[in-house]
Design a protein around this ligand. Structure first.
Ligand code: MSP
Length: 642
């Protein structure tokens, strides 16, 4: 029997329209769902909307309509966006649906029966923006840690004995290091639980827009108890067959801001109700824009629908999952998106398709040849295939989408190199028909494999690629890419228009690209050896302007457009991942760089180096032989050098 896989997104508040944050989690979940389907698993992908609570009630009041009417309108906008972004969910749950409300009441009664709910009085701070309670200590400048207003509330409330479940939760966490990912978030949760848990208020009496507490309808169920239950109610509740099949495999994708609700409250509610916690969860980072949190006030909100309309849904999907390490924060830049389109998608991926099928058309009337003569260039292509496959499978297991895509692109680039190395036009001229057959076949097989692997990320374009190849259904899944050579000969291919037309009109690019100096200044500059006469005395203040830090290399790859450069992603301890181009490709391999601790000049003005925005410079010594600077001992990224 096929393995089961259950992936969920948070259910989104319907107080306002969907934004990039919602799109991000949902398309990560969609990519995972598609990947697991391609593996042949039985997949259930759930998303939906969170429609109760004070926040929605207030938004509806503002709009002058009933909360349900408001929720219905906004919930529809989420579904419209998911259609635009090609999100293929299996179920969309709304917390105002009776099927959900019934399971919330059931869960409440189970927790009550376990003796874990008691009546008390809540007195403390509440933030409607977060729909969360805060202690005095947690407030930052009189606001919630996320910057929302708080109000002092005093009301009768039911409490949940969270304190009782601390030890059991800790045991659960310790036995399952993968319960919360990434690891840094797991550690954060373990530390939090180790400090001991306090009981929490789980009902409200000062407003009505919620699910009534069973037998005490003057209370409504706290919106987080209500919302979290969606993951079970969508499966039909604890006695339903869908629950039996999928609940043991549940993986929650969430943003880092709602981790505590998922990793602490939710498992404890479930334990109290006599149900097992989900299998695991993954908390991703936040997108900022122009270095700031997105907000209407700053006018820097990215509309995912508009982006998808302008650049194409596939492109937008690809960019969000390729640009930033899943788990870290990232800064959205339209210029970077355009770079990815012109570089990865047009130059690499689209080009491989068009030149391969173009040659196949020219030399073999577009028909995939069979067999052929092996040649010395084949080895490198096969090796690239095997290496990409291994990295890809592991990366998808770890939800490291950026690494998965980088691995696929290693094969794409190997395919393009194969064209250059085998020079099919020369083979045609020489009449080396057998070798030409083999080369064209290998290119088609590369395309097929790349096409299958990119289906989760570029669902339309990859399907288009496979259609142009004429690939039958049985060679369009992941198992069919386990070994080289499954593409049958004799298929009729069609070239078609470029898959990803280049964006030539750079004049229309946003100002941020134009302002950046175009001339690359890679480091280190070996031609300019400093000499004693170059040295002038500086004041300490001059030195203090340099933000030198310990940093860690997360990923490394060859710069797509410059042999001298490596393109690195680096953790400089500032909560985000940055890209740095370093002129060290002749001295270090990408593999040697991953995981290495380096010294980074972090506040060097960002500049674009051959199409890649580089933020900072690694320090190195030497000219002919270049050695990177490092620090003795084990210091964490971000440690200042002074
Ligand atoms: N309704 C709750 C979730 C209940 S789940 C049982 C909620 N909704 S939300 O609409 O406010 O946010 C949903 C998700 O969007 C969260 O995972 C949050 O992390 C994510 N994002 C909101 N803004 C974001 C960015 N700017 N960047 C990335 N994701 C962010 O919380």
């Amino acid at each position: 029997m096929a393995a089961s896989y259950y992936v969920t997104t948070p259910i989104y508040y319907v107080n306002a329209d969907p934004h990039i944050g919602h799109a991000y989690t949902t398309l990560a979940a969609d990519a995972l769902a598609r990947w697991h389907r391609l593996l042949g698993e039985d997949v259930y992908f759930l998303t939906g909307t969170d429609e109760h609570g004070k926040k929605i009630e207030e938004a509806a009041q503002k709009a002058g309509i009933s909360p349900l009417e408001h929720a219905t309108r906004v919930s529809a906008r989420f579904r419209e966006l998911w259609q635009v972004l090609d999100i293929e969910y299996d179920d969309f749950i709304r917390t105002t649906e009776p099927r959900h409300e019934a399971v919330v009441a059931d869960l409440w009664q189970r927790m009550m029966a376990a003796g874990d709910i008691y009546l008390g009085k809540y007195e403390g701070w509440y933030s409607v923006g977060d729909e969360a309670y805060f202690t005095e200590d947690e407030l930052v400048d009189g606001r919630s840690p996320t910057g929302h207003e708080v109000a002092w509330v005093v009301e009768p409330s039911y409490f949940f004995r969270l304190s009782k479940y601390g030890p059991r939760l800790l045991e659960h966490l310790r036995a399952r290091p993968g319960f919360v990912r990434p690891e840094s978030r797991y550690n954060e949760i373990v530390r939090f639980v180790e400090q001991g848990l306090q009981d929490i208020s789980i009902s409200r009496t000062t407003f009505k827009w919620g699910i009534p507490v069973p037998e005490h309808p003057d209370h409504v169920v706290y919106v987080w108890v209500d919302a979290l239950t969606n993951y079970v109610s969508a499966l039909g509740g604890p006695d339903a067959p869908l629950y039996e099949q999928f609940w043991p495999e549940a993986v929650h994708l969430i943003g880092k801001d709602i981790l505590r609700f998922h990793a602490v409250f939710w498992p404890c509610f479930l334990m109290s109700a006599g149900l097992p916690p989900p299998k695991s969860m993954f908390a991703h980072g936040w997108w900022t824009h122009a270095g700031r949190k997105m907000s209407k006030t700053f006018g820097n909100v990215i509309d995912p629908g508009a982006m998808a309309q302008q650049y194409g849904a596939d492109t937008f999907r690809y960019f969000l999952l390729r640009e930033v390490t899943f788990g870290l924060d990232g800064d959205f830049s339209e210029a970077a998106l355009r770079d990815r389109i012109n570089g990865d998608l047009a130059n690499d991926y689209g080009n491989l398709l068009n030149r391969s099928l173009g040659m196949l058309q020219k030399y073999r009337d577009g028909v995939v040849p069979s067999g052929g003569a092996a040649g010395p260039e084949d080895e490198a292509l096969r090796t690239a295939f095997a290496a990409s496959r291994e990295t890809l499978l592991k990366a998808m297991d770890e939800m490291a989408f950026h690494r998965a895509l980088a691995a696929i692109w290693d094969l794409v680039r190997a395919g393009n190199k194969y064209v250059d190395a085998t020079a099919p036009w020369a083979l045609a001229k020489q009449g080396a028909a057998e070798r030409l057959d083999a080369v064209l076949y290998n290119l088609c097989e590369t395309l097929r494999i790349v096409g299958v692997w990119t289906l989760p990320f570029l669902p339309r374009k990859a399907a288009d690629l496979l259609d142009r190849l004429g690939a039958p259904a049985d060679v369009r899944d992941v198992p069919s890419t386990a070994a080289w050579g499954r593409l049958p000969a004799g298929l009729q291919t069609t070239v078609g228009d470029p898959l990803f037309p280049r964006l030539e009109a750079l004049a229309k690019a946003p100002p941020e690209t134009e302002k950046k100096p175009e001339t690359p200044k890679p480091m280190p500059a070996p031609e300019k050896k400093p000499t004693v006469t170059d040295t002038t005395t500086i004041q300490y203040d001059d030195f203090a302007k340099l933000d030198l830090r310990v940093a860690k290399v997360l990923t490394a790859e060859k710069h797509p457009d410059a042999d001298r450069l490596l393109k690195l992603t680096i953790d400089a301890g500032d909560g985000r991942e940055r890209t740095v181009c370093a002129g060290i490709a002749a001295h270090y391999t990408p593999q040697e760089m991953v995981g290495r601790t380096v010294v980074l000049l972090a506040n060097l003005a960002p500049r674009k180096i051959r199409g890649v925005m580089s933020e900072g410079m690694l320090l190195a010594a030497g000219a002919e032989t270049v050695k990177l600077l490092s620090v003795a001992g084990d210091l964490p990224p971000g440690t200042k050098i002074s």
